[in-house]
Design a protein around this ligand. Structure first.
Ligand code: SF4
Length: 744
């Protein structure tokens, strides 16, 4: 590795190139300075022309050597949540857990054993999935904690997994126009923000669409305020302007999207060749204007119609673009403006710039996914806007196709999604869940409807285990807590997860020995497997497993070896797969799988707890719970360096909402709805619109005067999202009321 700047190491210290392991997913390259087995400091490595880390990574020694780190396994001796613990040996801890898991499995079926984990390293997650499979248990997919609506949309539109869909919308060399939509990368995604600023320096204009005036908005050329959760209506209104003026990219639509594919009016499915002739051909059918007859989509020298109604073998059909146009016709700018509060002139100007300043790069964020129960439709509408204007990068996203089956030695576990977990615990659907194992997943702090979980669901669980570095909110409610290593104490493989993360495959290196009695995941799971009598699970070293994972044989991994990874990050080879992995191989703004939900097209649906619903008479304010700049969810709330700059939770409220409630800056306020409450200080702020309040999420209950922010949120499942991937917790689709309360 060649560094382009001087590295100042303490005399005698070893400087080890590794990767920031914290779950923000960006995976910045770092240099760890280690002397006599002690991690002294962390600094950025030179990596792909970038050289920075954020305050979280810089605080690594404070985290690793924090006095509150869990030092031994402990068992609960009081009531759950009471905080009474007794240290026990690893042997007793694993023996107790193994015995209880076996009992529960025998009584309710082994799929009643639930496992969840989070983390960036591949061991961090795949080991838990593998162990769940090894004991016949159920892995709980964790993306539904606010992160799955976007991927639902991108799976439908592009066939893209997780956040790789973002690549299609903004990976342009030199975007002429940048739109940050419900996204605040200046605070939360440094690499993405760097790309935007690079584009801006080259002359691109930046527009920010957000209900809040964010840090990103403060750096933009134009800020457009929108009513929370109405972004799909804005996208539809913009598309109306674009179609009205003929600014859509018809060539792109015909070549790369399902625009010309005929849709049957009798059942909402694409017309297939087998529908109109003998045989089983699944080929899609278009209407060839040249021959004035139907043809399969792959025939050459056709002139596909995208507008019109056609009858093929007695079946009335319309091209998908005709159906999209009919939807868009329902959203003239005046109507979209009435829904979104974006002025008509602003919308028209934005639409025209979006369509003509090519390429336009769109950066979508959690605001879109969490702002509405229908966050997937928000993203699909934005994807469709990008597609009709040809502002899509037609290339397969850079991925590293490692061997994720490495640890599935005993078969694949049952899966339930995070929100379905609530149903499985409460109503035993689709099957009972009677134990919960959480590896670095602070479920009670980060998942919705805290009071429901702790008061109604927790008592139904016969065993709760938390594997963590600290006594988190979730660990407090566990029966047994196990101390895990910091990520500087084990080897792992860090791969890109898309959306502004590094495209590289990197080694997360063990730079110090495990502290106290903490163990790595491999040690913990292999010890538990032994106690449970599971043979052949985890019988290799971490580096041997890394070699197995990278030897997947996939073209993207060609030439990548452990030796090379030890030296430097490795860039995956181009993926030869077609750019879009949808059923049609094209961008699907019309999704057959969602027709039974009346969501085959990206329709606009008012948020569930919208300010325009009857519930708003009782609870008139929307609340957003946004990502903090200095913390990663609940991580780092205990780090002194960070608490110096991020001192306590505050609620941002507009002067217009504060005044009639007699709330002044610094007053203690109670935020409440039917589900629960939280008490914290008010911060009266002009950057917040009327009828919206905002706070950073991640604080734990003990940081508030009372309650917690997740007591306000709900765990409602959107079944259309479940039909695609994983339903999302719509944290910001939440109504509340606020009142000033006295201290004490
Ligand atoms: S941005 Fe993320 S990966 Fe980079 S240093 Fe910060 S926490 Fe680590």
């Amino acid at each position: 590795m060649t560094l382009q700047r001087q590295v100042r190491a303490v005399p005698g210290a070893e400087v080890i190139r590794t990767v920031c392991p914290y779950g923000c997913g960006i995976s910045c390259g770092i240099l760890a300075h280690v002397k006599d087995g002690v991690l002294l400091k962390v600094e950025p490595s030179d990596h792909a022309g970038t050289s920075h880390v954020c305050v979280k990574s810089l605080s690594a020694p404070k985290l690793v050597y924090h006095p509150d780190r869990l030092k031994h396994p402990m068992k609960r001796v009081g009531e759950r949540g009471e905080g009474k613990w007794q240290p026990i040996s690893w042997d007793e801890a694993l023996e107790t857990i193994a015995s209880k898991l076996k009992d529960i499995g025998a009584k309710y079926g082994t799929n009643s054993l639930g496992f969840v984990s989070t983390g960036v390293g591949l061991f961090s997650n795949l080991l838990t999935v593998g162990f769940a499979g090894a004991c016949g248990g159920t892995f709980i997919l964790p993306a539904g904690l606010g992160d799955s609506a976007g991927p639902c949309a991108d799976m439908a539109s592009f066939g893209a997994f997780m956040w790789y869909g973002e690549d299609y919308l903004n990976r342009f060399e030199n975007p002429a126009f940048c739109v940050a939509w419900g996204n605040n990368p200046a605070d939360t995604q440094p690499f993405k923000w760097r790309r935007i600023m690079d584009a801006k320096e080259k002359g691109a204009r930046l527009v920010v669409i957000d209900p809040r005036f964010t840090t990103t908005a403060s750096k933009a050329d134009e800020y457009i305020r929108i009513r929370p959760g109405t972004d799909a209506a804005l996208a539809l209104g913009m598309m109306n302007v674009i179609l009205e003026r003929g600014l859509h990219d018809i060539g792109f639509l015909i070549q790369h999207t399902v625009a010309p594919f005929l849709v049957r009016m009798d059942n909402g499915l694409f017309l297939r060749e087998k529908d109109i002739s003998r045989g089983e051909s699944e080929k899609y059918v278009i209407w060839d204007q040249g021959e004035n007859s139907a043809a399969t989509h792959d025939m050459s020298n056709t002139s596909p119609a995208v507008i019109g109604t056609f009858t093929v073998n007695g079946i009335e059909c319309k091209p998908a673009f005709q159906l999209l146009s009919e939807l868009i016709d329902q959203y003239p700018p005046e109507k979209a403006s009435e829904i979104t509060n974006v002025p008509v002139e602003t919308m028209i100007k934005l639409a025209m710039e979006y369509a003509t300043q090519k390429p336009t790069a769109t950066y979508r964020g959690m605001g879109g996914t969490r702002g509405s129960l229908y966050g997937d439709l928000t993203f699909r509408a934005i994807n469709t806007l990008a597609a009709i204007t040809g502002n899509i990068s037609v290339r397969t996203p850079h991925t590293t196709q490692y061997n994720f089956m490495t640890f599935m030695t005993h078969g694949i576990s049952d899966l339930v999604t995070l929100l379905q977990m609530y149903e499985a615990i409460e109503n035993e659907q689709p099957h009972p869940l009677k134990s919960l194992w959480m590896t670095r997943h602070n479920l009670m702090n980060q998942d919705p409807n805290f009071n429901k979980f702790t008061r109604e669901l927790l008592p139904k669980l016969e065993l709760v285990v938390a594997v963590d570095m600290f006594m988190t909110t979730s660990a407090k409610y566990a029966d047994i807590v196990l101390p895990t290593c910091s990520p500087y104490e084990w080897n792992d493989l860090a791969a890109s997860i898309g959306e502004g993360s590094q495209d590289y495959l990197q080694l997360q290196k063990k730079v110090i020995e495990p502290l106290h009695e903490s163990k790595s995941d491999i040690e913990i799971y292999s010890g538990l497997a032994e106690k449970m009598g599971i043979e052949g699970f985890l019988d290799k070293t971490d580096k041997e497993y890394i070699e197995i994972m990278i030897a997947s044989g996939h073209p993207t991994m060609e030439g990548i070896t452990l030796e090379k990874l030890e030296e430097a990050p490795q860039y995956p080879a181009p993926d030869p797969a077609p750019p879009f992995a949808t059923p049609s191989g094209r961008i699907e703004f019309y999704t057959e799988r969602l027709k039974d939900f009346d969501q085959a097209l990206p329709v606009y649906i008012e948020p569930m707890e919208s300010q325009r619903t009857p519930l708003a008479h009782k609870y008139p304010l929307s609340i957003s719970t946004t990502h903090p700049k200095y913390r990663l969810h609940s991580m780092y709330t205990n780090i002194s360096w960070i608490r110096e700059i991020d001192t306590e939770p505050v609620l941002n409220i507009s002067p217009e909402d504060a005044k009639p409630r007699n709330i002044k800056d610094g007053d203690l306020v109670r935020v409440f709805n039917d589900r629960g409450e939280v008490k914290l200080k008010a911060q009266v702020q002009n950057g917040i619109p009327q009828r919206l309040v905002n706070m950073n999420q991640g604080w734990s209950p003990w940081h508030y005067k009372a309650g917690t922010h997740q007591a306000l949120t709900h765990n409602t499942i959107n079944p259309a999202q479940a039909a695609i991937y994983e339903p999302n917790a719509a944290f910001c689709d939440t109504l509340v009321e606020i009142e000033r309360v006295e201290e004490g």
